[in-house]
Design a protein around this ligand. Structure first.
Ligand code: BES
Ligand code: MN
Ligand code: MN
Length: 457
């Protein structure tokens, strides 16, 4: 690997410049106004692969385009499929950013920009590692395929459909994803579990217009009151979700796994201090890591109704609404959750209120086996680049497509996160450590060698 290491060192500054160019593209998938920017980001990614001499396609979809690339064939060698996403979350609230979200800025060893860690910076490590192999060794030791999408942050609908119809094209020995985090500074991780998600919007309608809350209040249902009541009734004071059958299919934590979680060097005080809360909260009977990684939850993601301006306005609002989601754990089935939710909402809906539920997107939780030669290969690669072996963790976030990969391709996924838990993903001042960026590239380059050593199937 010494020629590759030399190449990585010689080109480190340009890699950072390339990342900054990528981060300058405001590829916000949720916002139709950014559709052209999302397309430009797809093009940017495709150009990276073209520059490596890979066969590359920008594939149009009903939503945002997919980028598929393939390296020249190495006969007899295994094939890894790299997945990543070039779309980013909305950057608001803009006034909370120290430097603007789409003007990447290098400060104290980090690059600050929307998408820095999620997922542009992490995804790019697997592109630059391929470049280093080709430039320093003349060829890659394995076959690489890449599928990079622009809708991860909005549910991966187009990719899900594409995978179902193109299993042969995507066929691989393992899937590689860097779209998560290390366990803690200096403690790299391999993630073997992700939570799923079911995301909804609820709209409540009452009177045909906003009313004087004195003249009418108390005589007709108030949609804002109703919304508070309905949402409040979806979870109890023990943090238990109040939907029939919600916990029926939950795969419980085993005593062994609880023991393993408790052995991880989790600095709970630092965790809470960093986010500015005095005490934790959640489902009774579980530790913080258990709550984050292995228990289902209910969270309101947005809430609106009535008067939001300065001062007071005595109004009985005509409408109210909320966006909310459940994080799901392995074996909970999103469609069953939706059906049970509808039943529960009908039960809770007060007279005089019309309710409409919009089902945005959902995906199940996943658990990947740890007893795998690919996991062992990845652990060796990470140890080489990060100077210590990874711990094995689960994550609370969701990567909707992982379940689909498993189903359609029957391939295991390696979740190798290079981020940190203070990277501010989805928050203002998102960042990615440049040291982690370069270590990620090195681990990725090493991974190609380790996978090659395993030989083909
Ligand atoms: N990279 C994250 C998922 C993630 C977060 C993995 C933390 C591991 C640790 C991903 O981009 C993401 O934000 N996913 C969404 C999915 C949703 C919009 C369908 C999520 O988890 O909210
Ligand atoms: Mn991501
Ligand atoms: Mn994300």
């Amino acid at each position: 690997m010494s020629r590759i290491d030399d190449y990585l060192a010689a080109h480190a500054a340009r890699f950072e410049d390339d990342l900054c160019a990528f981060l300058r593209i405001p590829s916000v998938s949720a916002d139709p106004q950014h559709a052209a920017d999302v397309a430009a980001a797809a093009r940017w990614v495709a150009d990276q692969f073209a520059g490596l001499g890979f066969a590359v396609e920008v594939i149009p979809t009903k939503g945002h385009p997919l980028v598929f690339a393939q390296s020249p064939t190495v006969p007899g060698a295994p094939t890894a499929l790299v997945y990543g996403h070039y779309d980013v979350q909305p950057a608001d609230p803009l006034e909370k950013w120290i430097t603007p979200p789409f003007e990447p800025t290098r400060r104290d060893g980090n690059v600050y920009a929307r998408g820095a860690t999620d997922d542009k910076g992490q995804m790019l490590t697997h592109v630059k590692s391929a470049e280093a192999w080709i430039a320093a060794e003349g060829r890659l030791p394995i076959n690489l395929k890449y599928i990079i999408e622009g809708e991860e942050e909005v549910g991966s609908m187009a990719l899900e459909e594409y995978i179902a119809g193109h299993a042969e094209k995507l066929r691989c020995d393992c899937v590689v994803i860097s779209d998560g985090g290390q366990f803690a500074p200096g403690i790299p991780a391999i993630t073997y579990g992700l939570r799923g998600i079911a995301y909804y919007e609820l709209r409540l309608k009452g009177p045909n217009r906003d009313l004087h809350s004195g003249s009418f209040g108390g005589s007709v249902a108030n949609p804002a009151n109703a919304l508070a009541q309905v949402l409040g009734a979806l979870i109890d004071d023990q943090g238990r979700v109040q939907i029939p059958g919600f916990y029926d299919d939950v795969t419980p934590l085993t005593p062994r796994e609880r023991e393993q979680f408790s052995q991880l060097p989790f600095d709970e005080q630092r965790y809470f201090e960093q986010i500015g809360v005095a005490v934790g909260a959640g489902e009774a009977g579980y530790t913080t890591l258990e709550r984050r990684w292995a228990r289902p939850t209910f969270d309101i993601n947005g809430l609106w109704s009535g008067y939001q301006g300065a001062g007071a306005k005595t109004v009985l609002p005509a409408t109210a609404g909320a966006k909310f989601s459940f994080r799901l754990v392995p074996n909970q089935e999103p469609s069953k959750i939706t059906a049970a939710l509808k039943w529960r909402l009908a039960e809770l809906c007060p007279p005089g209120i019309e309710m409409e539920l919009i089902d945005f997107h959902n995906s199940p939780g996943v658990l990947a086996p740890l007893e795998s030669k690919y996991v062992e290969a990845a652990a060796r690669a990470i140890e080489r680049a990060f100077g210590r072996p990874p711990v094995f963790t689960r994550e609370g976030g969701s990567i909707p497509i992982v379940a689909a990969f498993h189903e359609a391709l029957k391939a295991d996924t390696l979740l190798l996160g290079w981020g940190q838990d203070d990277d501010n993903t989805h928050s203002p001042n998102e960042k990615f450590s440049l040291a982690d960026f370069h270590r990620g590239i090195r681990a990725s380059a090493q991974l190609w060698a380790e996978l090659a050593d395993l030989g083909g199937k």
